[in-house]
Design a protein around this ligand. Structure first.
Ligand SMILES: Cc1cc2nc3c(=O)[nH]c(=O)nc-3n(C[C@H](O)[C@H](O)[C@H](O)COP(=O)(O)OP(=O)(O)OC[C@H]3O[C@@H](n4cnc5c(N)ncnc54)[C@H](O)[C@@H]3O)c2cc1C
Length: 438
């Protein structure tokens, strides 16, 4: 039942709803538009008395806390659907400690859950529109190649069935076909491969910044502030408390705080969210080599005992690889971000095994990021059980970046058109329905 509910929502989405972005603005125009970004009477003023207010022209006033991929896109979609949005972040959009930082993220459709395939398909449309309209190379459709030994073959078969159902282009490749096509891969233990030619990768921190620019052009406001929920009474949050800057009142409050979300709502969320340390490594390709950048190799994922994945080229940063296995528990704000020796050794051993041409390659960069994991690997999009005007958006689980435009659209439609939320993303799924949202 609940799958049908979500699929129904996805099926009802307007396929090419206009993003209404001014396509022809140069970066100079964009700079200019910052200074002209309306700090209008719709911009909430600092007040001490809590009161729910509706902005000028009757627009609902909505605060979005967190300008990562999820908060940024939710803010933009809300603004486009008629709200007056203030987006707040304690740091910059896509900053290095956020989960949306760094250069690139994979966008793929191969999932074993059909609702993720549909969500990714809608997101790809929105990413493509945004890249075109904003004249930024945010989306690189260099293809995504999945490789599987015995362990991953079932996943690939399920994913292929889902791709077929949603009419996403894909090719299945035998070991021989894979070897012919990509001689730089050592295919010995690979049984099956699946190529998605229309997928690829996204620019991560640059996209977060671009979304905030688009929000400003649409009349939304971005503000630097550390924010936390104020007092809840009568089933409503009464204010947003800003560190050293007083409090603000809005009609709705969206918290999209990534790995910080559990800290803001510890009683409600900490048991459902585990933050883990994830290492990402960049290796240098041989001089003159084109076999290991995006001209010679698509984005890839390798389903063996562990899931390794990589983004060749990665916006000219090198041969990016990472192990998707969940690392130790991690504090996004205070923990150390140096690469571990164990991580480096494992990556080198993997490279030598799968990409012999990269044997002995120099490590040229490394980053530590964090996943926000839920028990079932799916996202959280829900109201707070005690406050009907608090919306929670998070639980990215290492795969939400690509979906951000579609999740933002889902949340915006839910708030603005008062649509029911899909059950797949609600908190009640974790405790068999005990958590009743307001
Ligand atoms: C190593 C790694 C690889 C990944 N690879 C992929 C991939 O290939 N494809 C994919 O789709 N996804 C991928 N993901 C997952 C994806 O990047 C995340 O799910 C997504 O970026 C999460 O975005 P977010 O907006 O929820 O969180 P964040 O980007 O962390 O944003 C949260 C924001 O909230 C702000 N904030 C927090 N608390 C407060 C507060 N109290 N007041 C004000 N501001 C606050 C923070 O400063 C931050 O900017 C990967 C993640 C990692 C770590």
């Amino acid at each position: 039942m609940k799958r049908r509910h979500l699929l129904g929502w996805l099926a009802g989405l307007p396929l090419f709803k206009s993003l209404a972005i001014q396509a022809d603005q140069t970066s100079a125009d964009q700079e200019d538009s910052h200074s002209k970004a309306p700090q209008s009477s719709d911009t909430p003023t600092v007040k001490s008395e809590p009161a729910v207010q509706v902005g000028r022209l009757g627009k609902p006033r909505i605060a979005v806390v967190g300008a990562g991929a999820l908060g940024g896109w939710a803010a933009l979609q809300l603004q486009q659907q008629g709200a007056q949005v203030t987006l707040l972040d304690a740091w910059d959009p896509g900053h290095t400690r956020s989960s949306s930082g760094g250069e690139t993220r994979v966008i793929r459709h191969a999932y074993s859950a059909l609702h993720h395939v549909r969500l990714a398909a809608r997101a790809l449309q929105l990413w493509r529109q945004a890249s075109k309209a904003w004249q930024l190379p945010l989306l690189h459709q260099s293809g995504v190649l999945f490789m599987a030994g015995q362990q991953g073959a079932t996943f690939l078969h399920n994913a292929a069935a889902n791709l077929q159902q949603v009419e996403i282009e894909y090719q299945l490749l035998s070991q021989e076909a894979l070897q012919r096509r990509y001689p730089q891969i050592a295919v010995g233990d690979i049984e099956l491969a699946l190529l998605e030619p229309q997928s690829g990768y996204l620019l991560a921190r640059r996209a977060c910044a671009a979304v905030v620019e688009a929000l400003r052009r649409e009349g939304g406001v971005f503000r630097h502030a550390l924010a936390r929920p104020g007092h809840i009474s009568a089933g409503q949050l009464q204010s947003l408390e800003l560190d050293g800057q007083g409090s603000l009142q809005f009609d709705h409050y969206v918290f999209a705080c990534g790995p910080w979300l559990g800290k803001l709502f510890p009683e409600l969320l900490q048991k459902h969210l585990q933050i883990t340390r994830q290492e990402v490594l960049y290796f240098g390709t041989p001089a003159g080599d084109r076999l290991h950048d995006e001209t010679g190799l698509p984005v890839w994922a390798d389903f063996g005992e562990r899931i390794w994945y990589g983004i060749p080229g990665s916006d000219r940063r090198g041969f990016k690889i990472a192990d998707d296995t969940r690392g130790p528990v991690f504090d996004p704000e205070h923990d150390d971000r140096r690469l571990s020796d164990k991580g480096l050794d494992a990556a080198r051993a993997y490279l030598q095994h799968r990409f012999p041409g990269m044997r002995g390659a120099a490590l040229i960069d490394a980053r530590v990021c964090q996943y926000s994991n839920t028990p079932d690997g799916d996202f959280i999009v829900d109201r707070h059980p005690q406050a009907g005007n608090i919306w929670l958006l998070g639980g990215g689980c290492g795969h939400a970046f690509k979906h951000a435009p579609a999740l933002g659209e889902l949340l915006a439609t839910t708030i603005m058109a008062e649509q029911a939320l899909p059950l797949d993303y609600r908190l009640s799924r974790f405790d068999g329905g005990l958590t009743q949202t307001a």
